[in-house]
Design a protein around this ligand. Sequence first.
Ligand code: PLP
Length: 408
Amino acid sequence: MKGFTTNAIHTPLSHKDPHGTLRSPVYDNVAFEFETAKDIQMAFEGKRPGHSYSRISNPTVEDFENRVKRVSGANGVLAVSSGMAAISNLVLTLLKSGKNVVTSRFLFGNTYSLFERTLKPWGLEVRYVDFEKPKTLDESIDENTGMVFLETITNPQLQVVDIGAIAEIAHRRGVPVVADTTVTSLYLFDSKKFGVDVEVLSSTKVISGGATSVGGLIIDNGIFDWERNSKLADWAKRYGPHALILYLRREVYRNIGACMAPHHAYLQSLGLETVSLRVERSAANALAIAKFLETHSKISRVNYPGLKSSPWHENAKKLFPRGFGGILCIELESKEKCFEFMNKLNVIRRATNINDNKTLVIHPASTIFCEYTPEERAKMGVPDTLIRLSVGIEDVEDLIDDIEKGLS
Ligand code: PLP
């Protein structure tokens, strides 16, 4: 087994190219022709490999999926149109009306909204627990629990829970663990090692290689026996460990239609090749900035999992031996002070998104979480005094200088 970056760069093409190209061409097309009517029939019946229609599969998207499969060592991978498409396709696959998802209130704002506002009216029950209290997790799981859903580093609370311990409880109760690994990317977290069954992530972030394109990934680690899920049981009898990805491709993903565009797959394959370099650089920058801010008189709190002062530092060290990611949060005296600071920045850009090459700043309470009441935001750990920085790969001295001026 070669290293992450070697695999990302050298994953072989699934078919030999007539010109010997070293990079998959962009198949920017919709339909594929067959020799005979029987061949089309067999393709539709899933009895003949090959592509028929780009909403279902496409060679450029397949090349990206193969690369992700190789770097992650996963059992199966499906690329979709966005991180939210990854989460929603998977929830619609594993759950149905009357079933429940056990999760925490520390969730990305749109995921919380998907659960609470989009899927609750369809009969999904959402059970919020404190993942730091394993007993409450155990008590919340019952025969209708379809998955335990968590984020590796929650955004923007930057909580890191003991994922291995959570997986142990969930597996004992026959429930799969789904982790949103967006913030840690494929490079920082070896999800299989800690018992995560399925990863969902936004490849819009670090994988896209500098915010070039929106995309998402569903990664099945091949740990969970899908016969234990009532919706997948028949598929698992026929297709064994490939049941989840096949059911997605042949039903949910096909029918929802949130496919990845071939051009995006091309950009994201390119981005994947340099993920390790960019992630290491932004994590080093973030740690340096966090250390600088820890000593600054105007900051009431710096939160970064790489700092010893983070309550989740020990968990983070265990889970992310290659670095603690590029997101850090600070708290100032008031919302006004936060806005004042943001408005003074010149190098750092006021924008949403994370893990861009550029360092970005945002005030989560008034943006990503603006649709929630102050009481809801308090439960979600998003105070008015919080600022999130997504640290990029610029020269760190310039970033520190910009922050220093912003605070002056
Ligand atoms: N999950 C997390 C943790 C995120 O931060 C985001 C986006 O910021 C998403 C999911 C959704 O990703 P996308 O914007 O690609 O749909």
